[in-house]
Ligand binder design. Structure first.
Ligand SMILES: Nc1ncnc2c1ncn2[C@@H]1O[C@H](COP(=O)(O)OP(=O)(O)OP(=O)(O)O)[C@@H](O)[C@H]1O
Ligand SMILES: [Mg+2]
Length: 366
């Protein structure tokens, strides 16, 4: 995102040209499908979408809602995150303000602006006001002049919320209305929870109504280019690729250490040790206390030795296919952020190269 000159140094947004083009192509066409953006933890999904928004022209009005910013346990919490309040304003004036001509796309990141009386209406007990119905008209109004884009980040946060049935189901129907049926608003949903995306993938009402865009960690070529830009030598680029791989958040940490005059090799060692310790801790707890995962209200026990046998598959390979792994063990390892399930390609892999190497080291020690 655009950080102003407040900081002595700033690690600028890098590359992602292919993914950017893919999203821009989607935006050029009439809204047809719901877009799910998924990828490993810290791969740069939020950064990509927010940086792209800043380059959009004035034809777009972008509403960005991040469900991770507040804890959502009930309907009221969801409504408060979804909307932002402009006190004592007429809703018509709020919408007029949004579509007023400016040079760049209007970007509201605090939720969808409405006035206080509307919010009170939505929050009132037994209220008959349906916020999603209201929003459909809201987007319809904007779409007469501009192209609205609705982005919901961390959609999995409300995956299990029950309000007269599952809230997520109502949202999916609402998204289908905005895209496939009315073609008035682009919808993007972001998530790093690959089990959630798998559920979405299997969701009958979404069949042929959405597309999936994987934002993966940087590949080797991009990682090296990114490091080169930050003055790392060819040898250092090789070593970093070999030892930690291309997860943007990991690379940022290395670049930051270099910028502060620290020792990069020591930092890589510390990152590897730390990840190893975390995974070992998870396995130790499993061996001592046991664990379980729940699917369709049925509890499944996790067998420690089955987990080890699964991890052993990564001794020689970087990724395995979904058919090779037991579903229960997969759920456990994905839930614990050790593995990532790439549902569209049916492959399973560690969350990062750092995780892959940590797994291999741990297996040697056991
Ligand atoms: N293309 C990029 N260029 C430079 N820095 C990046 C890039 N992508 C991500 N980063 C940095 O990596 C870190 C993680 O990015 P971000 O939060 O966007 O990931 P995410 O995939 O949304 O994470 P989460 O899984 O938690 O939702 C941030 O510090 C961000 O600034
Ligand atoms: Mg994110």
């Amino acid at each position: 995102m655009n950080t102003t000159k407040k900081f002595e140094y700033d690690i600028e947004f890098f590359n992602r040209e292919k993914e950017k083009q893919e999203i821009l192509n989607v935006l050029r066409a009439k809204p047809q499908l719901i877009n799910f953006i998924y990828g490993p933890i810290n791969s740069g999904k939020t950064t990509l979408i927010t940086s792209l928004i800043e380059e959009l022209p004035e034809t777009y009005v972008v509403f960005y809602v991040n469900l991770r910013r507040k804890s959502i346990t009930k309907y009221e919490d969801f409504i408060r995150v979804l909307f932002s309040v402009e006190k004592n304003k007429d809703i018509k004036d709020i919408i007029k303000g949004l579509i007023a001509k400016v040079e760049k796309a209007i970007y509201t990141s605090q939720g969808i602006p409405i006035n206080d009386s509307l919010l009170d209406g939505f929050l009132k007990k037994d209220s008959r006001e349906d916020p999603l119905e209201f929003l459909e008209n809201y987007f319809k109004e904007i779409s007469k002049t501009k192209i609205p884009i609705l982005i919901i980040d961390e959609l999995q946060m409300i995956g299990d919320l029950e309000i007269n049935g599952k809230l997520i189901q109502r949202l999916f129907n609402f998204f289908i209305g905005l895209t496939k049926e009315l073609h008035i608003c682009h919808v993007f949903a972001l998530s790093s929870d690959s089990l959630f995306i798998e559920k979405v993938y299997a969701e009958a009402i979404l069949k042929d109504r959405c597309r999936y865009l994987l934002i993966d960690n940087f590949d080797e070529e991009t990682t090296k280019k990114f490091l080169k830009k930050h003055n790392f030598s060819g040898k250092e680029q090789e070593n970093i690729c070999k030892d930690i791989g291309g997860k943007p958040a990991h690379l940022i940490r290395i670049i930051d250490v270099q910028n502060r005059g620290g020792d990069v090799i020591t930092e890589i060692g510390a990152m590897s040790e730390n990840r190893k310790k975390e995974i070992k801790d998870t396995l130790r707890k499993l061996r001592r206390f046991g664990s379980e995962v729940v699917f369709d209200n049925i509890h499944y026990k996790i067998d420690y030795n089955d987990v080890l046998s699964t991890l052993k598959m990564f001794n020689e390979r970087d990724k395995i296919s979904a058919g090779e792994i037991d579903e229960v063990i997969k759920m456990y390892l994905v839930k614990n952020n050790i593995l990532f399930a790439e549902c569209a390609n049916e492959t399973i892999k560690p969350q990062s190269k750092l995780d892959l190497l940590a797994i291999r080291e741990i297996l040697k020690e056991i």
